[in-house]
Write a protein of this length. Structure first.
Length: 395
């Protein structure tokens, strides 16, 4: 499973595209919240499969659980997490047989299943997430790479992984449900897991395996799954489709090499990743205590719209991040969500990097605006009243 191992980055944000920073962490205490990063380069390649895990179960969070209003049933979240259990059992069985090849494959299969559902735990609790992934899964991965694996030790770890998943399911079963938007992330992340396997296969020069995993992505990226992105950004969904079609055409060429395919897969991961990030921002920032959007939300959206208008016009004013700028006026609202998703830093970083006349920096900044919109009102995105308000803004 080492081919798809991902890094756990304990930092306030991830750089996902040039100058586009998105934190994907969960809940942290105010005292534990990291400060803004300084001196970030304009481009930093980071594995988009990584999650920044900031989920800490603290007193204020426990109180919010106790008084949380009813959301969608917890049953779906538990059912989704239970899909991982058979993969843990297969991994453990392969280790018990001391079959390296089977254990590596079972680990890869587990990772793909885990990626689909890990956001539930990543968002709720850092201790559980850390115990499951870096402290157990990654240790098993490393152990299987050794010339002489410690099979008894690996078997204990595999059994511990199974028990930790059970503990996580039990913990979540006793908590109020999260926003139903978290359930939308499951098929999206499950499809992306196959692209990550394909990427690592290309890195190893295994075009046949990369194609097989890409075909699994296509099977999982059904129209209903694509609609989860199109709902929030038709453009992101179309760019994902276009990138997928380009990759499919190249895979169809008998002489296609890993070098030919890798740039196309990278583009697909980037475009699909942005679509997932929109859903992720809406899910993590959702407030089930909040019945509808407010006048303050409309004011913030108006300021975000002004940022977008300046960007589309190619105006240098778009890069203004002073307290009196449109960004400065919306910054407090975004920063109030930083414990959940750090789109305040995402947008500010993109605007600072924006250069009039540079299409790449403009696109990055416009996508950061879209992420900020989802952070503020993504949970109400299908509300006709919100749609009407957004349609009334200048374009």
């Amino acid at each position: 499973m080492a081919a798809v191992r991902r890094s756990l980055i304990l930092a306030p944000c991830l750089v996902l595209t040039p100058a586009l920073v998105l934190g994907t962490g969960g809940l942290v205490s105010a005292a534990a919240a990291p400060g803004p990063a300084a001196g970030l380069p304009s481009f930093l390649q980071v594995d988009i499969s990584s999650d920044v895990a900031h989920g800490l179960i603290d007193r204020s969070l426990s109180q919010s659980f106790a008084f949380a209003p009813p959301g969608r049933s917890i049953i779906k979240e538990v059912a989704n997490l239970n899909t991982v259990v058979p993969f843990v059992q297969k991994w453990k069985a392969a280790i018990a047989r001391r079959d390296v090849a089977a254990a590596v494959q079972a680990g890869e299969d587990y990772e793909a299943a885990w990626q689909a559902v890990e956001t539930y735990i990543n968002h709720r609790s850092l201790p559980l997430y850390t115990a499951i992934e870096p402290d157990t899964q990654f240790v098993i991965d490393d152990g299987l790479k050794k010339p002489a694996p410690d099979w008894p030790g690996l078997l204990k770890l595999a059994d511990s992984l199974r028990k930790q998943i059970e503990v996580a399911i039990g913990f979540i079963s006793a908590q109020p449900a999260l926003s139903p938007i978290f359930d939308d992330l499951v098929p999206l992340r499950g499809a992306r897991a196959q692209l990550l396997i394909s990427r690592d296969a290309l890195t190893a020069g295994n075009v046949a395996k990369a194609k097989t995993s890409y075909e699994k992505f296509k099977a999982g990226y059904t129209p209903s799954v694509e609609a989860l992105i199109s709902l929030r950004s038709p453009a992101a969904a179309q760019e994902t489709t276009d990138a997928s079609n380009a990759l499919a055409a190249k895979f169809a060429e008998p002489t296609a090499t890993a070098a030919d395919l890798t740039p196309l897969l990278t583009t697909l991961l980037n475009r699909f990743g942005f679509g997932i990030n929109l859903v992720n921002a809406a899910a993590r920032a959702a407030d089930l205590h909040k019945p509808t959007f407010t006048q303050a939300d409309k004011d913030a959206l108006t300021n975000l719209n002004q940022v977008a208008l300046d960007l589309k016009a190619g105006s240098a004013a778009a890069g203004n991040t002073s307290p009196t700028s449109p960004f400065g006026k919306v910054q407090p609202a975004l920063e109030s969500k930083t414990r959940l998703v750090n789109t305040a830093a995402t947008l500010r970083t993109a605007l600072v990097a924006y250069t009039p006349g540079n299409d790449a920096t403009r696109k990055t900044a416009l996508e950061a605006v879209a992420l900020a919109q989802q952070t503020l009102v993504g949970q109400f995105w299908t509300d006709p009243a919100l749609k009407a308000f957004l349609a009334s803004l200048p374009t």
